[in-house]
Design a protein around this ligand. Structure first.
Ligand SMILES: Cc1cc2nc3c(=O)[nH]c(=O)nc-3n(C[C@H](O)[C@H](O)[C@H](O)COP(=O)(O)OP(=O)(O)OC[C@H]3O[C@@H](n4cnc5c(N)ncnc54)[C@H](O)[C@@H]3O)c2cc1C
Ligand code: FES
Ligand code: FES
Length: 483
């Protein structure tokens, strides 16, 4: 059980602001991948929360008539990474958020939460700085109408973990203006000690516009994470390099000059000296990668045709269950392993606890209880999530699948389960149900993957017995192979 004092859920923006007026000390919670961890660690024990994750209109990516990009703050990392507008117009941002945590985390963590937590290592931050994103902050006015103000992302970060948002305001839109992205090529580098499930030791986004013949750097923006207490740009370096001949000399200079504008700290993760060395090198490599991308794209970038409108506009409000008793409990209606169930839950309960303790589905293992190991992975509406950092309440009206639900009519094993046996991918078996659920998601996607892609896609799981090669062999055996 999470040490939550009270949880309220908002079905609409109006409801969210009304709840905020009634409970001014309550915090917004979106994906919960920061807040629930802090509650688990005791730093925010006793917090009051207002759930906003299902407010219609605040997720998804759209283009308006001027071709400005609007990113709903409740869009998960996966939604952003897979969105066609992002992939075609600002792929740097999609690739950046696709490096956060592991796949299960990316299915719940939101881009808005990643900005609003104010952390310098946030994987979306450097790219959004380089894109000069504008943030729309909304609140309910005295007249009862929702009023909004726009703020440049550069002015939003005040200090470590501190952002310029009033407690009664909510981030409701992230805007990337057409003039800020059109004609630019970008590259984000995350330097971390592990390829997955690790925050950045240093992050750097380089964003360049070249002359038509690619001979000259017409404009360049560079932004770092973890190089200062907040994400930052290096305007001096940018100014010095704009107008230079595109190539090694210019991008070496970009890296050298950027060092004058950053001041990374010593930490257990890396020394200041090491971070400075990395900062110089990834600025250079990022610039060169932009040039390579521009060369590859020469001949014209095909623009995406997105429907004009606001993020998620027109999405219906989700039907919800019922509160009962003291208002802390909820009669949850959902489908578990293909069967409709009604189950009373405490609003403070995780989905992992609900599945294990109330429904007896003990294939759902609890290892770390903080989203790090993947042992508790289940599928919610076909997507893998860490059920230990997902409130049971959020499963209202959804389809949940655990390993118990994989058995066929005659109790036969699925090809995924059989492959784990055939490839000796099981030792103690603690990580196995979670891995089988992720592999099932991959099989169900119908997509094909290379071995390297599969390695990344199962990186949200830790096997304490470390049989990773056999696990990968098993997954590779059943998931479609890229030729
Ligand atoms: C195992 C693990 C690995 C991780 N790895 C990474 C990583 O590699 N890179 C990375 O960048 N992050 C990482 N994170 C951190 C986290 O997943 C992200 O910061 C995520 O984007 C937070 O989004 P959320 O929706 O879960 O936020 P929540 O926890 O719901 O909220 C975070 C903060 O933002 C506020 N907030 C949320 N939405 C809004 C809104 N619309 N308006 C105003 N305030 C709002 C909340 O009140 C809270 O203060 C990791 C977390 C875990 C548990
Ligand atoms: S990720 Fe949920 S128990 Fe480890
Ligand atoms: S088989 Fe033992 S933890 Fe993976």
């Amino acid at each position: 059980m999470f040490a939550i004092d009270h949880y309220y859920e908002a079905g609409t923006l109006e409801e969210a602001f009304a709840l905020k007026e009634a409970h001014p000390g309550a915090r917004w919670i979106a994906g919960g991948s920061d807040l629930l961890i802090q509650i688990r660690e005791g730093k925010l024990a006793g917090a009051e929360l207002i759930g906003i994750r299902d407010i219609p209109g605040l997720s998804g990516v759209t283009l308006d008539k001027q071709e400005n990009i609007h990113i709903g703050p409740l869009s998960t990392f996966s939604q952003v990474a897979e969105d066609p507008v992002i992939r075609e117009r600002i792929p740097m941002l999609g690739r950046a958020v696709d490096q956060a945590g592991g796949p299960q985390l990316r299915n719940v963590g939101t881009i808005g939460g990643n900005i609003c937590n104010g952390i310098t290592s946030a994987d979306s931050a450097s790219s959004l700085f380089a894109l000069e994103a504008e943030l729309v902050l909304s609140r309910i006015g005295a007249s009862g109408f929702i009023s909004s103000e726009e703020k440049e992302i550069g002015a939003f970060y005040l200090g470590p973990g501190k952002v310029d948002i009033a407690p009664d305001q909510m981030l409701t839109d992230i805007i990337i203006r057409r003039k800020k992205y059109e004609g630019f090529f970008g590259h984000y580098t995350k330097y971390s000690m592990r390829n997955a499930m690790d925050i950045a030791t240093l992050g750097c986004a380089v964003y360049c516009r070249f002359s038509d013949d690619l001979a000259v750097i017409e404009d360049v923006r560079i932004a770092y994470g973890v190089a200062n207490p907040t994400p930052c740009r290096c305007p001096g370096a940018e100014k010095a390099v704009a107008g230079m001949k595109a190539g090694e000399e210019a991008f070496r200079k970009l890296g050298e000059l950027a060092l004058e504008e950053i001041s990374p700290r010593d930490s257990w993760r890396a020394s200041r000296r090491f971070r400075l060395q990395i900062a110089e090198e990834i600025a250079y490599r990022g610039g060169m990668a932009c040039l390579e991308e521009a060369k590859a794209a020469k001949g014209g970038v095909k623009p995406a045709q997105g429907a004009p409108g606001r993020p998620g506009e027109g999405a219906p409000a989700r039907k919800t269950g019922e509160s009962f008793g003291d208002g802390r409990h909820w009669l949850l209606r959902l489908t578990v392993n293909g069967k409709a169930v009604e189950v009373p839950v405490d609003n403070r309960e995780s989905l992992a606890d609900m599945l294990r303790n109330r429904l007896g589905l003990t294939s759902v293992k609890k290892g770390c209880d903080v989203g790090e190991c993947g042992a508790c992975t289940v599928l919610v509406d076909g997507k893998s999530i860490d059920s230990c950092i997902y409130l049971a309440r959020w499963a209202e009206g959804r389809h949940v699948l655990t390993t118990e639900g994989l058995r066929g009519l005659d109790n036969e094993l699925t090809p995924v389960q059989q492959a784990f046996i055939d490839e000796a991918a099981i030792q103690c078996g603690f990580c196995t149900p979670g891995l089988i659920m992720t592999a099932t998601e991959l099989v169900e996607s119908g997509r094909t993957y290379s071995r390297e892609e599969l390695r990344k896609l199962i990186s949200g799981h830790i096997c304490r017995c470390t049989g990773y090669q056999n696990i990968l062999n098993a997954v590779e055996k059943v998931v479609g192979q890229k030729q």
